[in-house]
Every structure is written in C-alpha cells, then in structure tokens.
Design a binder for this molecule. Sequence first.
Ligand code: MRU
Length: 345
Amino acid sequence: MNIKTIEWLGDSVCLIDQKKLPLKKIYVKCSNYKQVAEAIRSMQIRGAPAIGVAAAFGIALGGLKTKTEDKQKFISEIKKISEFIAKTRPTAVNLFWAVRRMNDLVIKNSGHPVPFLKKLLVAEAIKIYDEDIAINEKIGKYGAVLIKNNDTILTHCNAGALATAGYGTALGVIRKAHSEGKKIKVFVDETRPFMQGARLTAWELKEEGIPHVLITDNMAGYFMKKGMINGVIVGADRIAVNGDTANKIGTYSVAVLAKEHKIPFYVAAPLSTIDISIPDGSHIPIEERNPREVTHIMGKQIPPDGTVILNPAFDVTPHKYISAIITEKGIIRPPFKRSILAQFS
Ligand code: MRU
C-alpha cells in the first residue's frame, strides 16, 4: 500500500484521516499532543497497534514541545501528557502499553538532562513504529501457513495496514498468503456502525489486488452455511490471559457462527495486545461510543427521533471459540492460559 497510516515529521505527526477514507485521502497534521489525542478519540486514526504508535508519537511530541529544563518538572509533564492521551479510548491495551513504555523510559533515564530525554522519547516512539511493522510481517509469515490454496477467508473490521504502523495483523496474514501465490478470496464484513470493513478493508484489498467480496454483517451465517467460507481471521484490541479476546463489535457473533459451522477462527495480534494483568475477558473495559454513529449514515438520520441507542464499540469472544492466536512469536493454541504465559516467562 502506498499510503502511510502515520508518520513522524520531526516536529509534528502526520496521519491519514481514516474517517474520510476511501472517498477522500486527506492528511491531518498534528502539531501538539492534544491534536494527536483528539485524532485517536475521534478515530481519525484507529486500530489497536496504530493507536499505540500514535500515543507514543503524541508523548514524544508533547515532550519535545515542553519548555522546562528542570528534569523533575519535565517528568511530571510527561506523566500529565500521558494521562491525557490514555483517556482517549479505553479498550485497546496497546494504547496503555505504549504509554507505559514511554513513561518507563523517562523514569529509567531520569538522571539525564531534559534535551537528552526529549531525544530518547522521539527515538523510542520511532522504534515502536518500526517494531510494529516488523512484528506484523512476522505475524503474516506465521499466519500464512494456516491458509491453503483456494481458501475463502472472512474478516471483520479492519486489521490492516491502516490499523497498524503498516502491513496489518489479520490482513497481514492475508497479504502474505496472497503474495505467496495462494489463490484466496476474502469475505469482508462491512462492520456497522463505523464501516471499517466496507470503507477501509475493502479499500486496502482493492489497492493490493486481493480478490474480495463485501457483505453486510448479518450475511456471514448464510455464507458459512452454504460452505462458502472456510476460515475467519480477525485482529484484537485486548486479549486476556485465558485467551478471551476483545475485538470490534460483531466479532463474537462471527466466532459463534464459525464454531457452529466447524470453521477455524483465528485471532492475529502482537504480544503487546495481550494483557497479562487480567485473568479473563470480563475485566476488559468496553468503550461505549456516540449514539450518532448508529443513528446516522453519511450524515442522514435513519431511526425516528428519540429512539434509544446502544453503541458498544467492542465485544469479547470467549476463548473456547478461538482456534489459535497468531503472534510475532508463532501460533498459540489452546490451552491458551499456559501457552500465553509461556510467551511472557
Ligand atoms: O474501533 P476501532 O476501529 O479502533 O477497532 C479496531 C478493531 O477492532 C481491530 O480489529 C483491532 O484493533 C485490531 S487492529 C490490527
């Protein structure tokens, strides 16, 4: 893909506005950390790894623009900036992982002068960005083994280059299998209400020339029953120690359908998406977003005035529905708790 999701420009952060894609390719320049935070909150940038990278760039930018030369004041300023950015979205753990990594770095190097700390923060954010692409390529390599020639794979939401620093997790696996010459077709769930599938995944697949078909979310069962789908790959926003996985709302329904039809259901995610501090999915905070995302399509109101709306942005798929989790270290299979803890020991 020619377009960069996010880029560090030395004194600002540039990102493609994912709310406008695919109709308009508009770049947003963030000159301060508050603008980066707003881009995450409003979902101009979205996808768990991408918001982790954006958070790291936001902290680096905030640090760079801080005036004080006093080390203690600088460290507390970084803490304040981090807390501000951490309040943007609650579910994807990559955000908090990146914030912690940036803060740990300044605390570990607190003996150094402020200009040095600023450089360290920028270097660390760029490292997080670079690492994310390398990790996704590894996920792609391990995951592609699970895809056979002539497979038809369903994906939900967008776990592609746009949801990461580049390449993608679930779409990275699909990209890799396609590049190996396997003939595959992708069923893309449109992913109401934000339409990440219809707008972003369909666009990425078109750019890559990967055969795909767009369906509405309620069609997945129909095509599974007809034997037209033989694998599901999705990304993740947070994975608990027992393998329970939070991902875009609707993922749980797809996983239940997949189990009913004996179709393997794979989660592709970096280890930074695994939250080993929580035993199971019931501890994952689920973001509730603006009702307008449900009531309005392309600016036009659909239900009658006053209709009560619920808009949880994620759901949790219990681990019993997951066949394997594909990470940069290889394929994790059940029993997940043991296999996941082994990755962190
Ligand atoms: O609300 P979003 O668009 O940020 O949700 C994104 C997802 O649910 C993705 O599937 C997940 O973050 C994995 S991205 C590699």
